[in-house]
Design a protein around this ligand. Sequence first.
Ligand SMILES: *Cc1c(COP(=O)(O)O)cnc(C)c1O
Length: 372
Amino acid sequence: MPAPQRLLTGPGPSNPPPEVTRALAEPMVGHLDPFFTSLMDETMEALRGLFQTTNHHTIPMSATGSAGLETIMLNLLEPGDEAIVGVIGYFGQRLAEMARRAGATVRLVEAPLGEVIDPGRIEEELRRGPARLVALVHAETSTGAWQPVEEIAAIAHEHDALIAIDCVTSLGGVPVEVDAWGIDAAGSCSQKCIGAPPGLGPVTFGPRAMATRAARQHPMTTWYFDLDLLFAYWGDGSGTHTRAFHHTAPVASLYAFHRALQLIHDEGLDERFARHQAAHAHFVSGLDRLGLSLFTPAAHRLPMLNVVNIPDGVDDHRVRSRLLEMGIEIAAGFGPLKGRAWRVGLMGYNADPDRIDVLLGGLEEVLRDERR
Ligand SMILES: *Cc1c(COP(=O)(O)O)cnc(C)c1O
């Protein structure tokens, strides 16, 4: 069944570059084939580069971004632990729910939609009582807010807590400096700013996180997401090159992911982040011309995820369906923003002025009819 061509300017998946799509069609090999195991090693190394870390324990989980985040919670938390979770939108609530299901008692630090959490509030919460883990969403896809995490990471460490971030939307679009910021664990996805198909969940774990993992009092309750078993397959960093079968790696998905990482490093991280900023600026000036505004305050607005206010008298659903008929996808607002805003992603390959002009042209035409 031939799939339609779409310009994917929602919150993900984004359009993979053609080279990445082509990589999916490379010949199949076994998941322990020497060709494939060297591709695994190269993928780990390229992913370390993107996370800006030397952490050995850096892999794409064979499941989506959510699975990577759940891997973090299930390995670092256990019953009896306390966790502090920053909630600035829907994805923060999800992190909190994952932490609860891992057995932790969760304390929330919340900010209103569109806002970010002041580091002082995390410090206050840590003073009230210690915690094993502080978890935050770096790029909140439901509100377009860009949460600064570096200062909060330092505060967490002063209070002997680990810091984990959801960088599902940010990785590959804005800097995520795992080592420089002191992030202990981070989880992302393949299909947003990395520009590969959905299905993989890149994660990285630093030495403090691995030591916490090793000192667990309770046995792991998950088999698939157990880091010990996973790294017996990916390589535990001990220099022995034995690989124990854990699961059958999604070979074709990893071809595409590996190619996407190569393209990122060929472009250069700084160049790529600048391209996402320039794409955002280009989109915002187009919105100005159309008389549209953004929901998220400029002080902490993400470049790759734009929450656009829906003007009065404009029908949310009709606009999105007409755009889709033109081959352009944008997304509805999330939760309380449904019907009030659209979410427009400018991620990876789509962070490009020509592609954004297609979107702006479509929006202009549809809004002209709406306002008639
Ligand atoms: C997309 C997204 C997720 C979920 O990722 P999946 O790959 O769909 O599982 C989690 N957190 C944030 C912030 C996201 O934007």
